[in-house]
Design a binder for this molecule. Structure first.
Ligand SMILES: [Zn+2]
Length: 625
C-alpha cells in the first residue's frame, strides 16, 4: 500500500514536470517539407537487413546493444566486413569499429601495405548527434548485401558507429531540445562529463585515445567527424568542410576546397540535398552580421587533423532538419567521399606527403579569430566587427537563409529571434580568420625531463617520435621562465574547464646548461608531427600541456630561509654592495606595499642569494636550438 502511494506520487510529480516543460519538438521553428532522390536508399520493409532507424521510419535510433549486435551479425554474414574493438570506455563498453575492405588481411599494417586510400569515419563523438551511425549502418548493409560493393574496391573504409558509447546510453527525449529527432538522443559529454571534441590535444579520455590509436595505426588519408549543429535556422541540411585557408596543411586545405567540396556538393544536390559550408553566425543568433569560420585549435578534431597533416572533414548536419533527411544526406556524403577517394585518393596521398614534409622556420600558435565555444563572448565579437583589421578578412557569400524577425520577450524584456520557415536568399558577410599569429621559432627539438611522465606518455600516444636517453645528459637549451601567470580560462574566468584549471602567462627566455636525467626524452621537430609537438609543448599555445595545467607544480616555491639566517645575511649583502643598497632603497620608494611587508623584503633578498630555488617558475621543457 505504501509502495503504491509512492508510485502514484512519482507519477504525479512526473506529470507536473511534463506540464511545466512543454515539449520542445512542438516549439521548434516550422519545418520545410522535403523529398529527395536519396529516399530511394531506404530499405524495403521486407529487407532482412533493414536497420532499426529505417524500420521506425526514422522516428528513433537503436541503443548501443541493438546497434552492436546488428553490426556483429552483419559483419559475421559478410566477408567484406570485420568488427573490432578499438578500446573500452570508463563504464566498460567496447568502442567498436567496422572495417570494410576487400583485402583478405585487414591488420593495420596490411591495409597500409595495400596502398589503397583509407577513409576513417566516426559518428557519435557527441552521442546525441547520431546521424552518422544510422547512415553508416545503411551504407555498410548496402556494401555487404546491396549494390554498393564497388565502393570499397579501391578504398578501405573504417567506421566507428558510436564513439561516445557511455553517453549514447544516457539517452532521453529531453537531451537536445534544439534538434528535430530522433525521439531518443544521447548526452553531449562522456561519462566523466568531458567533451570529447575538446580532448584531441590533452588526451584525457579513453574514447579519444582509442581514436588516436586508430589514426596512428591505419594512417587514414581522410578523417571525417560527424555532428549535428545547434543554433540558427537556414536552408542547408548538410554542412561540412575543412579549415579553409587557416591551418598548417596548405596542400590538403586546397584539396578539400577545390576537389572534395565541389564533388560532394554535386552528389548531395543530385540527391535532393542542400549542401553548405560550415556556418557559425557571427552574432551567435542570426546571419544579419555574417558568418565566421573558426579555427579552434587542436583540441578539436578538425584542427587536430589539420595540424598532423591529415585531411579532416567536419560534418555538421542541420539540427532543425528532420532526422530522416539528415541521415540520408549523411549516407550520400559518405558514398560520395568513398567514390571520390577511389578517383582522387592517390592525389590526396601525394599532397598529404608534401604537407608532411613542410618544416616552417616559424610556426603560428593561433589564428586571428575570436573564440566562440560555449558562451559567446559578445564583447570580443563586437571588437572584431568594429575592427578594421585585415586579418579578419570579410568576404561575401550568397546565403540560403530562412526569414526571421525579432520578437520582444515578455519574459526577459529583451529581443529574441523567431524563425519563420520561409526560404530567403541573401548576400551576407563571410569572415575568415586567415592571419596566423603568435609565431614561435622552430627549435631543433625539445628536451623533456623524466619527471614529466604524464606529458611524455601523452606525447607518445599522439604518435610523436622521441628518443629516450638511458644516461643523464647535459645540454645547452633555451628555457622559459613563466611570468604573469594567471590561473583562468581563455574567457578570463577562474573556473575549471574540461576538468582542468587552465593557465596562461608570458615567457622569458634563458639559455641554460641543463642536466636531463636518464629516461628524459628528446623530441626532434624534424618529423611529420613536429608542428603538433610544438603546439603541445610551447607554453603560449592555448592547447599546450602547460596551458591545460600539467605543469602547475612549477608555481610552488618549496624551500625557504628562516629569518634568523636571512636577517644577518641581508644586512651583510647591503654592507657589501652599495649598488644593492641603492636598488633596495628605490624599490621601497616605488613600492609601498613591499616596503611595509617584512616577508616580501626578506624574500627579495633571498631571491638574490644562491640559496634561492632557481627552478621556481621555470618551465622544465628545454628547447634545443
Ligand atoms: Zn557536436
Amino acid at each position: 500500500m505504501i509502495q503504491r502511494n509512492k508510485i502514484s506520487f512519482a507519477i504525479c510529480a512526473l506529470a507536473i514536470c511534463n506540464t511545466l516543460s512543454s515539449n520542445a519538438q512542438s516549439i521548434l521553428p516550422p519545418v520545410i517539407d522535403w523529398h529527395g532522390k536519396s529516399e530511394a536508399l531506404i530499405a524495403k520493409p521486407n529487407n532482412p537487413w533493414i536497420t532499426a532507424a529505417e524500420k521506425s521510419d526514422f522516428v528513433s535510433t537503436p541503443d548501443y546493444n541493438t546497434t552492436m549486435s546488428w553490426l556483429k551479425k552483419l559483419s559475421a554474414a559478410s566477408p567484406l566486413l570485420t568488427m573490432i574493438s578499438i578500446g573500452k570506455s570508463v563504464e566498460g563498453r567496447d568502442i567498436f569499429m567496422v572495417i570494410a575492405s576487400t583485402e583478405k588481411n585487414i591488420t593495420s599494417a596490411a591495409l597500409k601495405h595495400s596502398g589503397k586510400p583509407l577513409l576513417l569515419v566516426q559518428a557519435g563523438i557527441h552521442s546525441g548527434e547520431i546521424d552518422g551511425k544510422d547512415a553508416g549502418m545503411m551504407l555498410l548493409r548496402d556494401i555487404a548485401f546491396g549494390n554498393k560493393k564497388d565502393l570499397i574496391k579501391n578504398v578501405n573504409f573504417l567506421f566507428i558507429p558510436i564513439l561516445s558509447v557511455d553517453a549514447h546510453e544516457r539517452s532521453s527525449p529531453y537531451n537536445r531540445p534544439n534538434q528535430r529527432g530522433p525521439q531518443n538522443m544521447g548526452w553531449r559529454t562522456n561519462a566523466q562529463n568531458l567533451n570529447l571534441n575538446r580532448d584531441y590535444a590533452k588526451l584525457d579520455t579513453k574514447e579519444i585515445r582509442a581514436v588516436i590509436k586508430v589514426i596512428n595505426g591505419y594512417d587514414p588519408v581522410l578523417y571525417m567527424d560527424i555532428h549535428v549543429t545547434d543554433g540558427a535556422d537556414y536552408q542547408y541540411d548538410i554542412t561540412f568542410g575543412g579549415l579553409g585557408l587557416q591551418g598548417n596543411s596548405p596542400g590538403i586545405a586546397r584539396w578539400l576546397e577545390e576537389i572534395y567540396k565541389p564533388s560532394a556538393d554535386k552528389d548531395l544536390k543530385a540527391n535532393g540535398h542542400i549542401p553548405g559550408q560550415l556556418l557559425f553566425a557571427l552574432n551567435d543568433r542570426d546571419f544579419s552580421q555574417g558568418n565566421i569560420l573558426i579555427a579552434g585549435g587542436p583540441r578539436f578534431s578538425d584542427s587536430y587533423g589539420n595540424l598532423r597533416h591529415m585531411a579532416s572533414v567536419l560534418v555538421e548536419n542541420h539540427s532543425l532538419k528532420p532526422f530522416k533527411q539528415r541521415v540520408l544526406g549523411t549516407y550520400v556524403l559518405l558514398e560520395s567521399t568513398l567514390q571520390l577517394l577511389a578517383r582522387e585518393g592517390q592525389s590526396l596521398k601525394a599532397i598529404t606527403k608534401a604537407d608532411r614534409a613542410i618544416r616552417d622556420a616559424k610556426v603560428p600558435m593561433a589564428w586571428k579569430v575570436p573564440q566562440m565555444e560555449n558562451a559567446v563572448n559578445f564583447e570580443r565579437l563586437a571588437d572584431i566587427q568594429q575592427s578594421a583589421n585585415p586579418a579578419i578578412a570579410p568576404d561575401s557569400m550568397v546565403f540560403a537563409g530562412i526569414a526571421s524577425r525579432l520578437v520582444k520577450s515578455s519574459v526577459t524584456n529583451a529581443d529574441y529571434i523567431e524563425w519563420l520557415g520561409k526560404p530567403v536568399t541573401e548576400k551576407i558577410v563571410n569572415y575568415k580568420g586567415t592571419e596566423p599569429i603568435d609565431f614561435i621559432t622552430r627549435p631543433k627539438g625539445y628536451w623533456i625531463p623524466a619527471s614529466c611522465e604524464e606529458v611524455i606518455e601523452r606525447l607518445k600516444l599522439h604518435g610523436i617520435k622521441m628518443d629516450i636517453i638511458t644516461q643523464p645528459r647535459e645540454v645547452v637549451v633555451e628555457m622559459y621562465r613563466i611570468e604573469n601567470a594567471k590561473l583562468e580560462d581563455e574567457n578570463h574566468k577562474a573556473q575549471p574547464y574540461e576538468g582542468h584549471i587552465q593557465v596562461s602567462g608570458t615567457t622569458k627566455s634563458e639559455t641554460r646548461k641543463q642536466l636531463f636525467p636518464a629516461s628524459s626524452v628528446y623530441i626532434s621537430t624534424d618529423q611529420p608531427l613536429g608542428d603538433l609537438a610544438m603546439m603541445l609543448l610551447e607554453p603560449t599555445s592555448k592547447d599546450s600541456y602547460f596551458s591545460w595545467g600539467f605543469f602547475h607544480s612549477i608555481f610552488q616555491r618549496t624551500e625557504y630561509m628562516e629569518a634568523y639566517v636571512m636577517e644577518p645575511m641581508a644586512k651583510k649583502m647591503l654592507e657589501d654592495s652599495p649598488a644593492l643598497q641603492k636598488e633596495f632603497e628605490e624599490k621601497k620608494a616605488q613600492d609601498k606595499v613591499f616596503a611595509d611587508d617584512p616577508n616580501a623584503i626578506l624574500t627579495w633578498f633571498y631571491s638574490k642569494t644562491k640559496y634561492y630555488d632557481e627552478r621556481y617558475l621555470l618551465y622544465p621543457v628545454g628547447r634545443e636550438l
